[in-house]
Design a protein around this ligand. Structure first.
Ligand SMILES: *Cc1c(COP(=O)(O)O)cnc(C)c1O
Length: 377
């Protein structure tokens, strides 16, 4: 039996990921490491397909969040450092031992779990002490309070010998914010070093994501952890290009007279006769309902508006004047067709969210097709 024909699909371009990665690595300062962030199934791209790209570039740190992702990375043959970029539940921690996941620790409760596992004889692949440093208040230990300092000392007492890294995550990447966050993080790291037997040269101090790197504001870090740049959704001027295109097919074309209402709740009424095309995707495939009144799609190399409320598996495009449009034509939601392009600016405006959210959504909601080539609009 052949594969069923796809209604909507994500075209994924691993060669573009490789290209983006190369541009990213070239921006990394000397003596500084790089962690490729493949959480959320590699931002919707399919982690199995992205691990080989990252390995081919010699990257030896990969960041994930779920145990399923950790397993996929190991199954793909990656033997390097595998970091979880959030705290984990006790059950997750125990389950992830087999995949040698380096966990974050930011509470004495978590430290107790790691100490117990060590007592049971489980080797520890290295822990990362997560600091709040400057304002995410997510998974990080706050060191500005006496309570936080006590907690830190307790953690160091319990698992100081397993600490391989000290990390934080910046909440904002404006140059001014970064200068402040960087100072705060360095001060916190110094406090930890002074109050422990850790040597600064033995621990990997890491902070900074794609936006930090793209900001060109230098921060003190031994390693940047980057996801967005791999998928081309930052700093277009530096050469990064998006790595997913979302497509579907025209299923039907029909003519409707002036006064016809369109879609659910009759939200739109035609002010003149129009030719309308049905396209084979809707909110179930990531064409968000929020795009009402702002939607555009490429058909026959032209941008055409989407009319009416978005249905579950169908949208309605105004193809008046495009006389050749017929059932089976390709329609592009994001990406290039002919000389035209629906780009990041357009898509983020239309769907009222950021590209990372869209890629994760699209990749999870439509089948993925992997194609060669680096050219993109
Ligand atoms: C997601 C994440 C990153 C990567 O962020 P990008 O903006 O995609 O580069 C880095 N560090 C942590 C802790 C993260 O959660």
């Amino acid at each position: 039996m052949t594969e069923p024909v796809k209604a909507s699909w994500c075209e994924i371009y691993p060669d573009r990921i490789a290209n983006n990665l190369k541009i990213g690595l070239d921006l990394i300062p000397p003596e500084t490491g790089f962690c490729a962030v493949l959480k959320a199934d590699a931002y919707g791209h399919g982690i199995n397909a992205v691990v080989p790209v990252v390995m081919a570039a010699g990257v030896n740190h990969i960041g994930i969040t779920s145990n399923a992702e950790a397993r996929a990375v190991r199954d793909a043959g990656f033997a390097g450092n595998l970091l979880r970029l959030r705290s984990a539940t006790p059950v997750e921690i125990r389950d992830a031992l087999q995949d040698r996941v380096q966990e974050q620790v930011s509470s004495p409760e978590a430290a107790q779990i790691f100490a117990k596992l060590a007592q049971e004889g489980h080797p520890n692949p290295g822990l990362h002490l997560a600091l709040n440093a400057d304002g995410m208040s997510r998974d990080g230990l706050e060191l500005s309070t006496a309570e936080g300092q006590q907690a830190c000392l307790r953690i160091l007492d319990l698992v100081g010998g397993h600490i391989a890294g000290i990390c934080t995550h910046f909440p904002s990447n404006t140059p001014e914010d970064l200068r402040h966050s960087d100072q705060r993080f360095q001060a916190d790291v110094s406090w930890v070093i002074e109050h422990s037997r850790l040597k600064r040269t033995d621990v990997l101090v890491h902070a900074g994501s794609s936006l930090t790197l793209g900001s060109r504001q230098p921060v003190t870090t031994d390693m940047y952890r980057c996801g967005a740049l791999l998928y081309g959704i930052i700093n277009r001027e530096l050469g990064f290009r998006p790595t997913i295109e979302l497509k579907a097919h025209i299923t039907n074309v029909g003519s409707y007279p002036k006064g016809s209402t369109i879609g659910y709740d009759r939200a739109v009424t035609l002010d003149q006769p129009r030719r309308l095309a049905n396209v084979s995707l809707g909110y179930a495939n990531g064409f968000g309902r929020d795009s009402f009144g702002r939607g555009e799609i490429l058909i026959r190399g032209q941008k055409v508006p989407i009319l009416g409320k978005i249905s579950m598996n169908t949208i309605i495009a105004d193809v008046t004047g495009l006389t050749e449009v017929q059932s089976g034509d390709e329609a592009v939601v994001f990406g290039q067709q002919g000389q035209e392009c629906i780009d990041i600016v357009r898509s983020e405006h239309q769907f009222r969210t950021i590209m990372a959210d869209l890629f994760v959504d699209w990749g999870g909601r439509s089948p993925r097709v992997y194609l060669p080539g680096t050219a993109s609009c």
